[in-house]
Write a protein that binds this ligand. Sequence first.
Ligand SMILES: C[S@@+](CC[C@H](N)C(=O)[O-])C[C@H]1O[C@@H](n2cnc3c(N)ncnc32)[C@H](O)[C@@H]1O
Length: 218
Amino acid sequence: MAALPSLDPELERRLVQVLEQARQQGFLGPGAAMDHVEHALDLAQRIQNISPARALDLGSGGGVPGLILLSAFPHLTMVLLDAQQRRSTFLRHAVTELGFDGRVEVVAARAEEAGRRPGLRGSFDVVVARSFGPPATTAECAAPFLRVGGHLFVSEPPGGPERWPVDGLAELGLVLEHLHGGPQGNFHYAQFQARMACGDRFPRRDGVPAKRPLFSTP
Ligand SMILES: C[S@@+](CC[C@H](N)C(=O)[O-])C[C@H]1O[C@@H](n2cnc3c(N)ncnc32)[C@H](O)[C@@H]1O
């Protein structure tokens, strides 16, 4: 895996500052802000060979991993999607603070609705998701955004492919390509590819992907 060029130190300083603000508002999980940056930079390394032009962060919250990917890839454009108005307002502020206006659209909407919008559906090279939900919910909410051939990266606890049954993924047009991290790794990601356009019946109505998951996970 080729090393990523390191972040510009001034941008890194502002990124950490923004993530600290996210923490104060309750939008960031436990751990030092820099740990969240490193987690997302590990993802950036795994994405860099794909050279995405357009990516979507599903359930961006306080901006992880989206804001870090924008910092690592200066030519990337992104949609940061979150259902919560307060988080979306924070994300707009963060985008301006970091000088990413013009490269980013913050969409305050549920994935179940946004995944049916023209201009968003079937249009992303990469979708990333960290702590969005259980596997089936994440897959169903993410798949409609991918163009055919696009990739989904989901931050995962360590584990095997049994979390992602082949038949359940196939309903969404997805195949599991790779589990990154291995037993010794610090960070774990599952990588999928959209081999076919996601079927029209997905995503189902608001809340249904979580209430009636397409597949169960052991
Ligand atoms: C646990 S947070 C994770 C935030 C961030 N990705 C991180 O790792 O720090 C999950 C986020 O997903 C958003 N979310 C949950 N379900 C959603 C849905 N159906 N559509 C859009 N956003 C959703 C929540 O509002 C929340 O901000």
